[in-house]
Design a protein around this ligand. Structure first.
Ligand SMILES: *Cc1c(COP(=O)(O)O)cnc(C)c1O
Length: 382
């Protein structure tokens, strides 16, 4: 629930993200309970890289998955006990930093494997690594597919012989990274994917003479943006409990969205209300430069109206509508700056605040903050 008292801490006009540490911990506990005993839970930092969010989830999970040198620095600063480092375009500097931080590297190409080995050898260090593989088969359905289809991610299954032919002096290859999907809402399909990933890894390790210690199935546990549902963790837990994970194999999950989404709210004050060509618009102090996801994915993000009775100091009437459908739009000079369309409100006034729940993941972090140079939203961590 959005902590309404927080608005006392918000500047006027309200434009703020609120992140809740306790909601992050609750989400981590819920996901953990659905994973097989002994599995590893990492948090994928790209969903929300706010330092307090990263530190809270570093403590509530087994560690962090990072996808850039910047995220790696955040993870080190957060005191993460384990760090996994992926991403298809790691620079020499990033590989250096990964080795020095003791991260396990998700190697994305044969060339990267050669570079990593040379860099670690040059540092006189050893580094653990897993090969990210784009397998021949597709993953479960979701919003994006990363495997079984042409992508810049990982090593094509057909290229694995070349990867295993690279002579390694400083890299300790432990297994595979098989991240396959984003925002899967189908627990049954996701569990089938995990079982298939383990089975495939055992077979591939046998084929290439690898002592298999690590199978990372990535993230992709989904939340719905049009209702309150998520992937069914009860069903997922039941299915995963029946999974046969070979002894000595670390089965790793690295969700981002499901850990962070419900720990964030975006709140934006109504600056103006207007009717043009028969359509009502609620114009907000905020918009897609703070919360781009609905525009990027083409859906209406649900909101609730927080009525504010204080603060109307003008001598003229406060604009107000009742029982109409409104478009919640932002302050940018583009008709695409839309957070929600045609949402029925019982009453809405200038100065009220729209609260968008489930915005803790891929909200502020994926938005184009500087377009039009409006001030950033406040970030309030509770
Ligand atoms: C984005 C990403 C994740 C997290 O995905 P979610 O859909 O947020 O769970 C995990 N691993 C990798 C490699 C990713 O790119």
């Amino acid at each position: 629930m959005f902590p309404e008292a927080l608005l006392q801490r918000a500047q006027r006009p309200v434009s703020a993200y609120v992140y809740s540490r306790s909601a992050l911990v609750r989400a981590a506990d819920r996901v953990r309970a659905a994973l097989p005993a002994g599995a590893t839970l990492l948090y994928a930092v790209k969903a929300n890289g706010h330092p307090d969010v990263v530190a809270t989830l570093a403590a509530a999970t087994d560690g962090l998955e990072v996808a850039s040198g910047g995220e790696l620095a955040l993870a080190v600063a957060a005191g993460a006990t384990r760090i996994a480092f992926g991403g298809p375009a790691k620079t020499d500097q990033e590989l250096h930093a990964g080795v020095r931080a003791g991260a396990l590297i998700h190697v994305e190409s044969v060339l990267e494997l050669r570079r990593l080995d040379a860099i670690a050898a040059g540092l006189g260090a050893r580094v653990t690594a897993a090969l990210r593989v784009n397998r021949a088969v597709a993953g479960p359905d979701g919003s994006h597919r990363m495997t079984g289809t042409p992508t810049p991610f990982g090593i094509d299954e057909a290229t694995l012989p070349a990867a295993f032919a690279v002579p390694l002096t400083a890299v300790d290859l432990r297994g595979f990274h098989l991240h396959a999907v984003s925002n899967s809402l189908d627990a049954d399909a996701y569990a089938t994917f995990v079982a298939g990933a383990v089975e495939w890894s055992v077979a591939a390790a046998g084929r290439y003479g690898l002592d298999l210690r690590y199978v990372n199935v990535g993230g992709g546990l989904g939340v719905s943006y049009t209702d309150a549902s998520t992937i069914d963790l009860g069903v997922l837990g039941e299915r995963l409990a029946a999974l046969a994970v070979p002894a000595g194999v670390d089965l790793v999950f690295e969700p981002g969205r499901l850990l962070a989404a419900d720990a964030g709210w975006y709140a934006a004050e109504v600056i103006d209300l207007k009717l043009t060509h028969g359509r009502w618009f609620a114009v907000l102090r905020g918009g897609t430069h703070h919360f781009r996801l609905p525009a990027a994915w083409g859906y209406s993000h649900p909101f609730t109206v927080l009525a504010r009775d204080d603060g109307w100091e003008w001598p003229f009437a406060r604009p107000s509508v009742e029982d109409v459908a409104v478009d919640a739009v932002g302050e940018l000079c583009t008709p695409r700056d839309v957070l929600a369309r045609g949402v029925q409100v019982s009453r809405l006034r200038v100065g009220d605040v729209l609260v968008f729940a489930r915005t803790g993941a891929y909200g502020w972090d994926i938005s184009h903050h500087d377009f039009l140079r409006h001030p950033y939203p406040q970030i309030i961590v509770v």
